[in-house]
Design a protein around this ligand. Structure first.
Ligand code: EPZ
Length: 428
């Protein structure tokens, strides 16, 4: 069982290069299935969620050539299967995108319900509402979601909740449907815009991505293209939060500062000095963080995927902060772990009241989900003593080279494979 072992206390200094965006990659890769000829996708993060998507695509019949660590060429020509089994879908939320992509490609899809982080109930009713509006019939057979359409026709779809996944899935299914599809109350996240740009570069006709009304005029065919994925907003935010928590000075390179606006605004409230460049941001912090209140919301609000990381910064702040979760029913499961490290946090429903403490102490903790795991890393970096973080396969789902990147900034963090190695490290 692998774990991370972190000797806390070092401030972070230097430059970290941000990888391609996980949540864009896991949408754009299945979208390749809609093309008639090969696509080259660049700036792909080397993380397990992406590996799982690529394995699923191979199983469906795609021919995948690795060009380098962050670039693949995918030829979807011989894809003839429309089934993504439970085993293929397990552990990743984005498996649901195969529903939209396969429906768009062959008018049929049979996909196991998505896995991914546990935030309480994670329904896909809005995805289904969209597929049905386009003319698909949805059934549930032997634990798989089955979508079938004789023909897909454009339609007007109002989303009852702002859903990233439903917006993406409807775009995938509608891009080759006949006529005009309008998605109202659409999600506006940077990865929605990235997917639209990718599809448009293949010959699609999508307008309005990045606003809450997206219009998709169906086209008959989509061609292969070469496309580079946007930088990961949440990976960037995680290193920014780590710089603030440790009182460091870090240049976060290869980012789109516009995608980081809400994170920059909140970290400035905690007292950080943040300088924006064209493709980088510098985060400097010299004092103990100040309290601030945060409410997560769909983009352009403060991202829910940064909630555990900023809560960890606020756990060390002077004063009491209130963090309200505005997207998921249950995203405070990590609080119990932070409390083991000495944090003073009271959760009531979707609100956490965080009374800052001067320091955290090391403890054995778990990555209860992906971003919770990121929060444990930040807590370990500042804690007194050696923190062991278990269940790190959840962190590997979304953070490329996390040990290498934090180490290059001066952190003392190691990936440990056996209990013996942990003992040796503790005695060193
Ligand atoms: C995406 O999940 C991200 N995952 C999540 O990031 C992120 O937390 C979330 O968007 C919100 O930003 C990927 O992109 C792969 P939603 P998704 O549909 O699409 C409700 C991470 O850490 N809802 O926008 O599953 C739902 O319950 C991951 O990288 C419905 O009611 O999220 C939630 O309350 C974790 N019916 C809200 O909408 C539906 O049909 C937003 O969910 C769909 C969603």
């Amino acid at each position: 069982m692998e774990k991370f072992v972190i000797q806390g206390g070092n401030t972070l200094n230097g430059t970290v290069r941000i990888s391609g965006a996980k949540n864009a990659a896991v949408a754009i890769l299945p979208a390749v299935l809609l093309a008639d000829s090969p696509c080259i996708i660049e700036n792909i993060p080397n993380i397990s969620d992406v590996t799982n998507i690529l394995v699923a695509m191979k199983t469906l019949g795609a021919n995948i050539k690795t060009i380098n660590k962050s670039t693949v060429e995918i030829d979807p020509e011989h894809v003839n299967s429309f089934v993504v089994s439970k085993q293929m879908a397990e552990g990743m939320r984005a498996s649901s995108y195969f529903l939209g992509a396969l429906l768009g490609r062959m008018n049929k899809a049979r996909v196991a319900p998505p896995g991914g982080c546990n935030f309480g109930v994670r329904p896909i009713d809005q995805h289904i509402k969209g597929f049905e509006a386009l003319g698909a019939k949805i059934t549930f057979e032997s634990g798989l979601v089955e979508a079938y359409a004789h023909e897909l026709n454009g339609s007007s779809i109002y989303l009852d909740v702002v859903s990233v996944g439903a917006t993406i899935n409807i775009m995938l299914a509608a891009v080759k449907a006949k006529g005009l599809t309008v998605i109202e109350n659409a999600a506006r996240e940077p990865h929605i815009v990235d997917l639209a740009n990718f599809l448009n570069s293949m010959g699609a006709n999508i307008m309005g991505a990045g606003t809450n009304i997206i219009k998709i005029r169906g086209v008959d065919t989509l061609n292969g293209t070469t496309y580079s994925i946007i930088p990961d907003q949440i990976e960037a935010g995680t290193y920014m939060a780590a710089a603030v928590a440790t009182g460091g000075d870090v240049l976060i390179d290869n980012v789109t500062p516009k995608h980081l606006e809400s994170i920059i605004a909140k970290l400035r409230e905690t007292g950080a000095t943040i300088t924006e460049y064209d493709e980088a941001v510098r985060v400097e912090m010299h004092d103990r963080p100040k309290k601030c209140n945060v409410k997560t919301m769909p983009h352009p609000g403060f991202p829910t995927d940064m909630q555990p990381q900023i809560a960890t910064v606020l756990a060390l702040a002077q004063g009491t902060s209130i963090v309200t979760e505005g997207v998921w029913d249950s995203r405070f499961r990590y609080v119990e772990q932070l409390t083991l490290m000495g944090a003073d946090i009271q959760v009531d429903g979707k609100t956490a009241v965080i009374t800052g403490v001067e320091s955290l102490n090391a403890a054995p903790v778990k990555a209860v989900d992906l971003r919770a795991g990121a929060a444990m890393l930040i807590a370990g970096l500042v804690a007194d003593g050696i923190t062991e973080v278990e269940e790190i396969e959840r962190i590997d789902r979304g953070y490329e080279d996390v040990v290498e990147k934090f180490s290059a900034l001066g952190a003392n963090i190691k990936r440990i494979y056996t209990p013996e190695e942990t003992e040796i490290l503790k005695q060193a």
